[in-house]
Design a protein around this ligand. Sequence first.
Ligand code: HEM
Length: 261
Amino acid sequence: MERQNKEEDKKIDIKETQVWKAVFGDLLFGEFKPLSPFNSLMRGIAKIMQLHPYNMSVGGRRIITYTFCLGGLSVFFFSLLACTGAFLMIYYNPDVNSAYANIEDMRYIVPFGVLIRNMHRWTAHLMVMFVALHMLRVFLTAAYKPPRELNWIVGVILLVMTLLASFTGYLLPWDQLAYWGVTIGTSMGENAPLLGAKGPFAILAPGKDVNSILVGGTSVGQPTLLRFYLLHAIAIPLGIAGLMGFHFWRIRRAGGVSGPL
Ligand code: HEM
């Protein structure tokens, strides 16, 4: 009898584990947490007609020096990248015979081309920097703790996707720097664990590793340019936009930003 009781004690209710709560928690059926003063501002925005709350606490104002708007600025840079990128798409063709000339045209012929291109490039650097700083802020304020663990994981994926967007964009000018930079970058994939043909846990046949999938052959060429272009201009931005929506929804579900209220 005693033994049976002990065994029952050992049984773990999966729904009570931290992992379950983090992933599913209030995902579908949970209640919204009561709103903090800062989040009443957000509710105001959601109601559109009421852009600002009628009143705001002193604590509510401290949110600026708590988050430094680093996440918000990352969203802003992402939007700017989407707008300038859409403009660049008009003049750019992912073809090894014309890509470099397209970029030259953008610099010397297209009205405001050099401005838009540089805005795109500098904003990309800024986005990487601000996403990393945002991550540091979240870490230093311990905002990764329950109930925000899942959002930390979503954030890590967002960081990786931001870096991938930069890496894939690097090849598009099709100059020497781009060509050799990407040759080195993709060849690192050969040594990747599990998916690399030369890596410690190579499980795929040589010639079918992560490097050759990225490159689309044995060396960087037309298939690489097309793959990188599609990843850079369509797949990654859509992925980031979708995940950002999920990120914000999770923040809302956690009752808003963690502090300092
Ligand atoms: C494209 C990249 C990202 C965007 C656009 C973004 C956006 C945001 C925004 C707007 C907020 C609200 C608070 C604030 O502005 O600081 C936020 C909060 C949060 N972010 Fe991100 N984020 C990104 C990447 C990351 C990364 C890399 C991590 C961590 C690995 C992360 C983890 C979190 C967490 C845990 C919160 C809740 C913080 C709290 O409640 O204090 N995010 N994010």
